[in-house]
Design a protein around this ligand. Structure first.
Ligand code: ADP
Ligand code: MG
Length: 697
């Protein structure tokens, strides 16, 4: 009789089947996203503590963050009824004494006892003359067999979940790394590894958890971050190579419509506009699909360039779609595009879900019949089954939210239309490479002539009356003003109430002799449109708004932007808001009104706004403050997530990875070379089916 032996445990083995991991612990690990041995290997520590060089207690300095160890010589829980006081512990080592204190002490009271040895890591402060470690991370160390794992080395510190202790997890990781790291197959070709001086993957995983030295840790991190970037850039490079190979439309008319629009414009295009237009025109004329990002700061004049592209598509016998991220922006775009191109006999129509069913059906029918040259709508234009007769060009306004997946869907619309993505939030180059690595990039790096920087000031509540007086003067001089109401977290209803109250007060008490308008997201299309038109025509002097005007509104006569509770807005939002003024020849003002004590971040955002007008600088500060995940929502973008890489810290490495990816794809566009088999498998896994690589023969 043959007995079927269980296969030896490997990378795919569920953690539950490892010795010492029962169902209960497996469930806790699963909470951290760890199901298999491989998941665990790639679950790198948050940080490492250097426990080879513990700071003697006597040497602790206020202000530093330190790791030290000591024996508990006294415990003082807060007196009964004083639960809000900290729990303090007196520690001793060979050099002297120190105390550690924690809030949230119930658990400590059970866990700690006199005589235990602790390793602590945290901030040092001086409190009533004594040196105190405040709220430090702590661990009980027992001398004995596991001493080597938890002390006396660079010790990994993992992210935990309730019920999963640091020591237990570390011990488990030690066993997993020891037993399995060597089984992880190398994914990089040797040549690439040598070129980039990268350690092997198995080594990097072992050192990423339990490094022998700081250098080994740095090399491990570099290798793993490189893989994150490389796998991202490879996917993007493959997508891009496919586009440039693909057969697309050649939209290359004589340019009559473009000539007529230029002749009608009250201004000349700037040199930067001319340059990017030439880049776009050449792409459209070429027999491959255009795939281009148009970057330019707020107010740099991207819209008119897009209009030239639309006219080119129409003259070549095709239709164009212009897509915005929100309904209100789509509604504004339709007004702008109508002004620009309807006089030339090109019909522009709006298609959003806010339309009444009858209007929508009519607009769709006109589009399908080819009567409409340019359709303006939200991204739903691609998502729903809206049919064009001959879609030749898609213009996507306002970045981030139109991810790789949506771009692929657009391409799937059949004829490989040309694609122009416009972004008003200038993004740092590292991010552009991440988000738009599959696009060519054009930059408008110059504002139309005569623009003066918007005077930006931070003010507090005490100055409100003076601010109102100032707005009154501006209106008396013929200008107009925006008042943007505070963002109320997560609540459209509260946003609306704040704006409504503000408008009522301004109209009734502050500016009784002026016309005050109110714009918010709940208004119907026609109402919003009517208010925007009246503001544009100068009939409304002061426009109160929720944040719906964040992007896209263009009223050159407006010279004041007052932002209420400016501390609640993100930097790029504030930059967008400020971009609504300073569009005409008048001196313009952005007043950032703040209330209460500012958080550190809030203060830096406001200071950043006052200090600079350069959108690229602002985007960098924003990225630094918020971190990349939140900055552009990796989850929404459809891109693989990073395991180790950090866009801010590892920017230079990203460039290297990109070069490597381009070199690899240049020689082997679909990774069919047997030497790329492991890389290809990893790529497919990370992109989870979004790449659809043709299967290797
Ligand atoms: P954005 O890049 O933010 O979309 P817009 O396209 O809305 O900028 O343009 C901002 C303003 O500048 C508009 O009022 C537009 O008419 C005007 N404008 C665009 N190009 C020029 C130019 N070359 N000279 C003067 N004004 C221009
Ligand atoms: Mg715009």
């Amino acid at each position: 009789m043959r007995q079927t032996a269980a296969p030896p445990p490997g990378l795919a083995t569920p953690l539950q089947f490892l010795r010492g991991v029962g169902p209960r612990r497996a469930a806790l690990l699963e909470k951290k996203g760890l199901r298999t041995v491989e998941d665990a290997l790639f679950f790198l520590p948050l940080r490492h503590e250097d426990r080879t060089r513990l700071t003697p207690l006597r040497a602790l300095q206020p202000g530093q963050t330190a790791t030290c160890s000591g024996t508990i010589v006294g415990l003082s829980p807060p007196p009964p009824g004083r639960t809000r006081q900290p729990f303090t512990v007196m520690l001793r080592d060979a050099s002297g004494h120190a105390t550690a204190s924690w809030f949230g002490w119930r658990y400590l009271a059970r866990a700690l006892e006199r005589g235990q040895r602790l390793v602590l890591h945290g901030r040092v402060a001086r409190y009533r003359g004594a040196i105190v470690l405040q709220q430090p991370d702590w661990e009980i160390v027992e001398s004995g067999e596991d001493e080597r794992l938890h002390t006396g080395r660079l010790v990994p510190v993992y992210s935990l979940t309730e019920g999963l202790g640091q020591r237990a997890l570390r011990a488990l990781m030690w066993r997993i790394v020891d037993q399995f790291a060597g089984q992880v197959a190398e994914v990089l070709p040797d040549a690439a590894r040598a070129r980039r001086r990268l350690v092997g993957l198995a080594q990097a995983l072992a050192d990423g958890h339990f490094p022998g030295t700081e250098e080994a840790l740095a090399a491990a991190r570099r290798r793993l971050a490189f893989d994150d970037f490389l796998l991202l850039q490879l996917g993007l490079a493959i997508l891009r190579a496919r586009t440039t190979r693909a057969r697309g439309l050649s939209l290359d008319p004589r340019g009559d419509l473009v000539g007529r629009l230029r002749a009608r414009l009250p201004y000349r295009l700037t040199a930067a506009q001319e340059r990017v237009w030439e880049e776009i025109r050449r792409d459209m004329a070429a027999p491959h699909p255009m795939h281009r990002l148009l970057q330019g700061d707020v107010g740099s004049g991207k819209t008119v360039v897009a209009a030239l592209a639309v006219l080119t598509a129409v003259e070549a016998g095709y239709q164009a779609a212009v897509m915005a991220p929100t309904e209100i922006l789509a509604e504004q775009h339709v007004v702008t595009f109508r002004d620009l191109i309807e006089p030339l006999g090109v019909r522009v129509s709006l298609l959003t879900s806010a339309l009444k069913p009858r209007e929508r059906a009519a607009a769709r029918a006109a589009l399908a019949a080819g009567e409409v040259g340019c359709a303006v709508g939200t991204h739903a234009l691609v998502q729903e089954g809206v049919a064009f007769r001959r879609l030749g060009l898609a213009v996507v306004d306002e970045q981030h939210r139109f991810g790789v997946e949506q771009r692929a869907r657009l391409r799937g619309k059949g004829e490989h239309p040309d694609l122009l993505v416009m972004t008003a939030t200038p993004i740092p180059r590292t991010l552009a490479l991440t988000l738009y690595g599959d696009l060519d990039v054009s930059v408008i790096d110059e504002l139309p002539p005569g623009r003066r920087p918007v005077v930006t000031a931070a003010r507090t509540e005490a100055r409100r009356r003076a601010i109102y007086r100032f707005i009154g003067e501006q209106v008396a001089a013929g200008r107009q003003a925006y008042v943007v109401c505070p963002l109320v977290e997560e609540s459209e209803a509260l946003d609306l109430k704040a704006a409504t109250d503000m408008a009522r007060r301004l109209a009734g008490e502050v500016f009784p002799h002026l016309t005050v308008g109110l714009l918010h997201g709940r208004l119907g299309v026609e109402d919003k449109d009517a208010i925007m038109r009246r503001f544009k025509a100068g009939e409304i002097h002061v426009l109160v708004s929720t944040t719906v005007i964040e992007v896209g509104i263009d009223v050159p006569n407006a010279s004041v932007m007052l932002v209420e509770h400016a501390e609640r807005f993100g930097l790029s939002q504030l930059h967008q808001l400020r971009g609504r003024v300073g569009r005409g020849p008048w001196k313009s003002y952005c007043i950032l009104l703040t209330a209460g004590r500012l958080t550190e971040d809030g203060r830096r955002r406001i200071e950043g706004m006052v200090a600079t007008h350069d959108g690229f600088r602002i985007a960098e500060v924003d990225l630094a403050l918020r971190g990349p995940g939140e900055f552009f929502g990796t989850r929404q973008s459809g891109l693989p997530e990073f395991r180790v890489a950090d866009l801010l810290r590892d920017a230079a490495l990203l460039e290297e990875a990109r070069r490597e990816a381009l070199a690899i794809v240049g020689k082997d566009p679909e990774l069919r070379d047997p030497g790329h088999r492991a890389l290809r498998a990893e790529l497919l896994a990370r992109w989870r089916g979004k790449l659809a690589l043709a299967s290797a023969g």
